[in-house]
Every structure is written in C-alpha cells, then in structure tokens.
Design a protein around this ligand. Sequence first.
Ligand SMILES: [Zn+2]
Length: 318
Amino acid sequence: MNFLNRPKKQETKLKCPSCGVEFIPISYDLISEDEPSHNDLAYQLKSDKLPGFNMRIYPFTFISKYWITFCPECGYILRYVAEIGKKQLLEKVEGRTPRGNINEFSKHYQFEFIEYDPPCKDLFDYYKEKFELLIEHITTSLEKVYISDWSTLYKEWEANKIDSFKFLIRFMSTLDHYIKSVSKEDLKENKMPEKIKSLPLSHEIKDNLIKVNNLRNRIVHEGYEISNEDELLTLDTFRTLMYEIIEQRLKALNLKEEKLPENFNLIEQRQFYYFIQGVIQNKIGKLFNFKDMSIQFSIPLVKRLGIYADYREFKNYE
Ligand SMILES: [Zn+2]
C-alpha cells in the first residue's frame, strides 16, 4: 500500500492556502523528530489502552520528518511529509517470531521508514540545475575539439617528458586530426598547408601554423636542428591556436545571453557572469598552464565573450 502518491519533485508551484498566491518555494527546511528508541515508542506514539483490556494499539503511521516552507507573500507556513514510519509485521524466521518493537494482539511489528521528496522544486534546485547544465555545456563543447588531447600534449612537454622536437611533430599530427574532425570537405588528399588554410581561424594563426609545419618537414626530411627561435614560434602558435579554438567554441554557446531563472533577484546577472567566468577559468586552468595565464589568456577570453565581471565589484558581499 502506497500512502503518498506524491510524484517526484515536479516543476510546479505551490498554492498558499491562506492568501491563494501561487509560488515557487525559495527553500525548504527539513524538520526532523528524533527517531524514537525501542522503549520510547509506546510512549511517544499515541498508543492507546483499550478500555477493559491490558493491551495497547499503535497507529499505522507516524511522521518522523517533514519539509516546511513559507509563502513569500503572506508568510504562511506549509508542511509536507518527508519521512513516515509505517507499522510493518515482522515475519517469522525459522518458525520463530523475532522480537519486535511492538507487540500487538500477540503479533510483532516494527516501524519502517519511508522518505519523500518535497512537493515541488525550490529555487535552489532551479539555480543548481542551471549551473550544472552550464558546466556540462562548456565541458562537452570543449571536448568536441579534442581539448584533452591538446592538453596532454602540452603537459607532457611542460613536464619534460617530450622534447621540443617531439612536441612539434605531435602538434602537427594533432592538428591534422583536428582539421579532419572540423572540416566539412574531404581534405584527406590535400597537403597540410591547404588543410590549414581551410580552417576558420585568423590569417595570423594560419600563417604561423604553416610556418610550424614547414619546420616539421625540414626536421623530418632534412635533419634540421630546431633553434630557440623555432621553439618560441611553435609554443606561441600553439597557445594562440588554443585561444582561438576555445574562443570559437565558447562563443557558439552564447554565454552572454544566459539568464537566471526568472522573477527572482536572488543573484544579480553580473554575479552570474562571475560564476560562468569562474567555471571557464577553472576549466582552462586545469588544461593549460601558459605563462601569465590569467592576464594573457583567461581574462581577455571572458572579456571577448562579454561575461567579464571584476571581483572588486562584489566587495560589499565579502
Ligand atoms: Zn500566502
């Protein structure tokens, strides 16, 4: 027997029984009654002695926890069951009845506890969902450009696991892989410079990528030794490429237009931007550790995405 057929948190509003306003609860409080101990049960539950008999009967259920929230219009308090203790018969095990909490008409019972969600989502749920969805969008969007492959390559070079020569070779093979994934045309037969030219990137980065590819060919085919200058060009090109790729991906998400759940000004839009900015900085910071990462990379990026928020604006919240 199911006592409460309350559906799992629906996207609905509550109706205040006092003033009639429909509202989304700001939050719920979970109020808990201490779970009665073995001996307390008979006392705590409203057990009744039947007249003329020396025996007690116990209620079928009792409320052990409940959700409360209030009407933001009039302050009326609404309560909903969060946990019910339900009287259950103890089954005989190997012919013997186990000792139960309750002995009623020579049968043994115990209370089983069943939990219930609040009747509908509160604002905290809506905010949390929004934040989680955004994090997921940002993550999957970056995964589509093999961001972890690029990151692994960079980290291996940074940790001296591979030298600049190997870095350069793998840079070009990862680029080739990337081009294949983003290109609509079949470029398999094309030479690398043509493939690079087909990319939707700035001319500057395309020119540099072609230069790095030439370097690669000279090293592989002519035994050319990589110079410090070549190394700088390679790293700089890598960093700029990451910037352009990440910017393109995130721009497509149109983060500037992201809005918080409507009608409630619990968080300002600029604080919301500050949150998104934090997610991006955190994500990228874990992938790459370029020089002056924040000033040169993350902050210009969030500024160009139109979601820059200066933490100094929020001083009054500290
Ligand atoms: Zn009300």
